[in-house]
Design a protein around this ligand. Sequence first.
Ligand code: HH2
Length: 260
Amino acid sequence: MGIVNVTPDSFSDGGRHAHTDAAIAHGVRLWGEGADWLDVGGESTRPGAEPVPAAVECARVVPVIAGLRARLPDAVLSVDTSKAEVAGEALAAGATVVNDVTAAADPQMAPLVARAQAWLVLMHLRGTPRTMQHDTAYDDLVGEVTASLAAAVERVVAAGVDPSRVILDPGIGFAKTSADNPRLIAGLGRLLALGHPVLVGASRKRFIGDLTGVTDPAARVHGSVGAALAAVANGARILRVHDVAATIQALRVYRACVDA
Ligand code: HH2
């Protein structure tokens, strides 16, 4: 899953694809590098980020999704949003997946996804991106994240979402300390036991900087690839990444060596 940010303030590549054409070109480039899924987001979820009104988010993501759908008919396209209103417009423009970092906290989200027969990514988060780093204490990190996602699955399935179209994500960096994130990747097996595909988004995140001393997010590609391979080794099926070419190259070699 290649990341296409249409935000002026995203933590890792803030503002570089802020304009529709540039964002579409970036998505097409990631597809050419081997991504088979593009995730289009119009609201940064970095710690402390302020929420964006739905109309602004729609104006950012809808033309990009429509443009990518027209150019890449076979691509999986998701919208990275926690607002049902934005998700609805994105699905109408050609997205088939809603990637919701709040695990469908908006009461309209699950019914909307159910009606559209879309796929839904449920990610673990506590609080909101603005407040989440104030709430990082866990007695049993992996157990609590797993239980919270299991409850979210139950909730969205009760609202009509097809359970075979639900993907789970432990939420690397969301209400987690830097020390928590490697533990979550190490503990993916417990999440997999819920029976859904697992997605991991570690790309360029702060814990990689803390582990390596690399302060510039864009320079964290090697560390990000390390996290991606660990996630795959532990059962992740989908990797949300900025650096598609590097990740694909590493995965090809990793797979060949593991499967030989
Ligand atoms: N991380 C970010 C955004 N969306 N979605 C899922 N499912 N999993 C993640 O780990 C995840 C996500 C990080 O957000 P942001 O600060 O907007 O930066 P970027 O989109 O450049 O990663």
